[in-house]
Design a protein around this ligand. Sequence first.
Ligand code: HEM
Length: 456
Amino acid sequence: MTVESVKPEPSAATELREPPVAAGGVPVLGHGWELVRDPLAFMTRLRDHGDIVRLRLGPKTVYAVTTPALTGALALSPDYIISGPLWESLEGLLGKEGVATANGPLHRRQRRTIQPAFRLDALPAYGPVMEEEAHALTGRWASGQTVDCTSESFRIAVRVAARCLLRGRSIDERAERLGAALTTVFGGMYRRMVVPLGPLYKLPLPANRAFNRALADMHLLVDEIVAERRASDQKPNDLLTLLLEAKDDNGDPIGEQEIHDQVVAILTAGSETIASTIMWLLKLLAEHPEHGDKVRDEVEAVTGGRPVTFEDVRRLTHTNNVVVEAMRLRPAVWILTRRAVTETELGGYRIPAGADIVYSPYAIQRDPESFERHLEFDPDRWLPERSKDVPKYAMRPFSTGNRKCPGDHFSMAMLTLTTATMATRFRFEPVAGSDDTTRVGITLRPNRLLLRPVAR
Ligand code: HEM
């Protein structure tokens, strides 16, 4: 990982302006109603009001950053950290000691601990699992029979993350149970984060019971995985070994709770994102069969007809571009938040200490100022001769700076291999009853995508 850290040049305090208030707020709720009603459209319109705009969410003011350059400056500056009510709700569900919510020296130490499992040179060891799971996924699909893309995508995402990063005798069976638990947890987590109705989520309603059971199952499975590894005396070269051998700043082993919370943080961050992206890739392959054909042609040219392998991935440049373009239009992570630790300057505006700041990779990556024919699915825009014109920070689906996703290379390898495998074996047709409208949650994904794979 390159940790870039650049502090924007401070302007003289007197010159700093207040960002304008975005148009369209209503009394009492401010912009809250629009944000809840259609968050993607709302975030996408904000650039028309300014580079940074203030949003009124009830009594609270939130700062929204709307240009690629300023989102880069925000992500790279040490003046903004992960904090705020959304993160606190997340910690309540997933644990307080995971890397995704830590800040400062603890965060740096945790990143150093996990980084070796995600380096480019660690990936080939995951190749066989990625291949096996991609071939198992498509091997299960029968030509002409409807596939529920939500469960299939979650299943492969969780299985690959668990089998690569937490190897062990029983991981196969546990990955299956983890997949089921995580699917339910992801179904209810976003609502619990954005609509804090505390006691209501404790009522013994079927949906609450299912959520609480799944959350408890997930935590229990993680405990079982850690306990089994400790009992086994095995030290495979994986993330769990790194965590079990990690030392804190005093040179002592890190605590059980931190190990647990780290595993949960990485599994959760790594599965819904991948699952959502696979769903969008399937939808796009169904909508653009010509790109499915092009992927198949590229794979055949590289493999000469044998099953595609991890080793082939770096030569599948068009397939990679299909994945990147899917992530541009359908970024799994559609909104990011930060909090200012001190009064600071961004883009010539004054940002007060304690301010909450948001930006949307979805809006940034669909901005007509950055991308020609911005709404068109055009994988060739990532050919080197064309991609050089894309403004800096206009395409950062994995973010940048010290919180940049550690799983970026892992994800690209897995998504490229999975796309290559799916498009080589099948074309995809729409199915009646499928609902591919966008479900806005912690990630973006289709509500209930059903497709019919047809063997090539
Ligand atoms: C952080 C996107 C896959 C683990 C992030 C962030 C983004 C992101 C945007 C930064 C969040 C922020 O700035 O606040 C994605 C996308 C993925 C993906 C789009 C796939 C399509 C994965 C995978 C793993 C993973 C496969 C691990 C198995 C993490 C972790 C963090 C993170 C642990 C927190 C890093 C930190 O706070 O230092 N991801 N991710 N992600 N991601 Fe990913």
